[in-house]
Design a protein around this ligand. Sequence first.
Ligand SMILES: [Zn+2]
Length: 171
Amino acid sequence: MSQEGCGKELKPVSSQQSKRAKGADGLAVSRLQRMHSAEHILTAVMRREFGSPRNLESHLGDKKSKCDYAVSQALLQEDILAIQRAVNAEIEKDYPITAKTLTVEEAQQDYDLWKVPGNVTRIRIVTIGDLDAIPCAGEHVEHTGQIGRFHVRSHDMTKEEIVRIRFTVED
Ligand SMILES: [Zn+2]
């Protein structure tokens, strides 16, 4: 499968592993899996709190990541702190992260397929508990508690109504 529903420049799972988080198979969860899973939760929080329909652009890395969202007005530092608190509150609920595969016809009834290339016939839907479900071909942790603590490193308004949030995950 080649579609990318999110995490535009998603790289292969890194060999750099976190010491703290282990999957059910006993293998360490990668930082990139943690970052990418955090991005899903951040996007869900931005949609819920600020009406940002989508993650417009993102770059995910082992050490730092950034995502752009459309907002109706410039975000203040207190907004950013509220977003950070909200993302961490969702992480702490330790939702399971699961994936299922649908046909395009099935998926387009319920999901936003805007980033999915037009030539795919099967769509992988990644669900985080009852928080979020979106098309995504990337690698994730198995439950949100493995992400660790979400930390916003900085933010700025790259355009009048686009906020760029730079973040990382901490043990
Ligand atoms: Zn994903």
